[in-house]
Design a protein around this ligand. Structure first.
Ligand code: NCD
Length: 308
């Protein structure tokens, strides 16, 4: 049984909750990949409130809902909702609650999904809150690792790039604390190191980690290179961004002969050279496709467990 009503932070999960979703997702693979539609969520509506830009997350939630026989409504930027006229987030969320069976929220400020989950009765899913958390991305990352590597226990993974502002690596680090014997190499420029709070969580959950500033020293030691984009929009001063832009770039030559996969939550800017796209190392497009069965599993579970 899956106990959570809302998916706000991966820190609310126990290992069995993660395993439940991954297991459900693999059962839904056939429908996700076929052109068929099931009627599991027939007549149900998903409210998509995206105050920040998104391509994959929003489209895969919509696809997941449609594959389950339901439908989605929503907006893609706050400019296209009445928030731009001055309506409060609370009022907007209340309206959406009236129209929908569950809400998916993306916002530039940490804590907005939690705030909304406290004022509505339908399940709320955090689809990224500022530099905070992105728990459903983490579930599809774990699903991809499980499928491609065969295990999450004993994993050796390098998290590369913007560890300060990247919410995907924050959630993923927390999730890896639920598994055994995981080693994380944290690869970032000095200015974009993993926040102390997450390092504290890693210590608490007995995850071994090492902070390094170059890829060469760790590339032979890992199963996964998890590459991230420098989060330009979170920099106060654009000059600071320009100084570290392009700090790490993965290309085909440096991967030759290695036994690993390359993952990336996307969008990619220049962190992975396009010459990696046609190699066996590329799992970032598969990862994006895996979003559909995983988000189907999440929606089916939350909406069925919490009927309106
Ligand atoms: C990520 C995000 O929004 O945090 N994208 C995604 O959801 N796949 C990563 C990013 O924007 O760099």
């Amino acid at each position: 049984m899956f106990k959570l009503k809302n998916i706000i932070s991966i820190k609310d999960f126990e290992r069995e909750d993660v395993e439940f979703i991954l297991n459900e997702a693999s059962k839904l693979e056939d429908i996700a990949q076929s052109k068929e539609v099931s009627d599991e969520l027939k007549g149900k509506i998903l409210g998509l409130m995206f105050f920040e830009p998104s391509t994959r997350t929003r489209m895969s939630f919509e696809t997941a809902m449609k594959r389950l026989g339901g439908d989605g409504i929503g907006f893609e930027t706050s400019g296209s909702s009445s928030v731009s006229k001055g309506e409060s987030i609370a009022d907007t969320a209340k309206m959406f609650e009236g129209y929908s069976d569950a809400l998916v929220i993306r916002h530039e400020y940490e804590g907005v999904s939690k705030f909304i989950s406290d004022i509505v009765d339908v399940p709320v899913i955090n689809a990224g809150d500022g530099a905070g958390q992105h728990p459903t991305q983490t579930l599809l990352d774990l699903y991809t690792i499980q499928k491609e590597i065969g295990h999450i226990d004993d994993l050796k993974i390098a998290l590369i790039g913007d560890l300060k502002y990247g919410r995907t690596v924050h959630s993923l680090s927390n999730a890896l604390g639920l598994f055994n014997n995981v080693k994380i190499y944290l690869v970032s420029p000095q200015e974009l190191k993993m926040p102390q709070e997450i390092l504290h969580d890693l210590n608490e959950t007995n995850v071994e980690y090492e902070e390094v500033d170059n890829i060469e020293s760790i590339i032979d030691k890992v199963n996964v290179l998890y590459v991230t984009r420098i989060q330009k929009e979170r920099f106060g001063d654009i000059e600071d961004y320009l100084k570290i832009k392009g700090a790490y770039i993965i290309n085909k030559k440096m991967l030759e002969g290695k036994d690993l996969i390359v993952m990336h939550p996307l969008p990619r800017i220049d962190e992975i050279d396009s010459d990696v796209d046609d190699t066996k190392y590329n799992k970032y497009f598969t990862q994006a496709t895996n979003a559909v069965p995983v988000r189907m599993a999440i929606l089916k579970t939350l909406i069925k467990n919490n009927p309106k």
